[in-house]
Design a protein. Sequence first.
Length: 170
Amino acid sequence: MKMELTDAERWILMNQYKILALLESDRKGQYERAAEVISHGWSGLYSQVTDLPYEVDRSISHDEIYQILLMFSVLKESYEALEDQSGVNYALVEFKGFDGNNEIDHLNYAEFCINKLGWFAELKRAGYNTHHSTLARYRRMVQKYMKVAEGSPISGRTLTAQEINEIVQD
């Protein structure tokens, strides 16, 4: 059974989590994260913050952002594992974020995943607003990354300098 929440139901649930955050200080952070997820309608994360019985509805943009963050995580880990980093431009490997004017949903979701959920902690930085569009470049990079990864996320191995450069170069 797939459950979808109306705007009114999301508003009520968000307020309940905010009240719980005030009442139960030992679980305050958990309830605040739940309230934020519900208020933004990030249905792909509902199962992470609630006990509601429903199928997770992952929208394409949430999956896309997750792939982007995963790719940058692998790029950074691989860069740091290189014996000779001189042939790779670290500025191209580092996740900088999204444009706060035109990619605000991407920026908010990525920032929440990194700062509030603790995912991809290695990508944590002071701010994620690039003040210029990055999504088109990231999409091209993900396509190259998936080619190098042969269609699935790379696990258990790091990328070579050549593979990193292949992914980050426009």
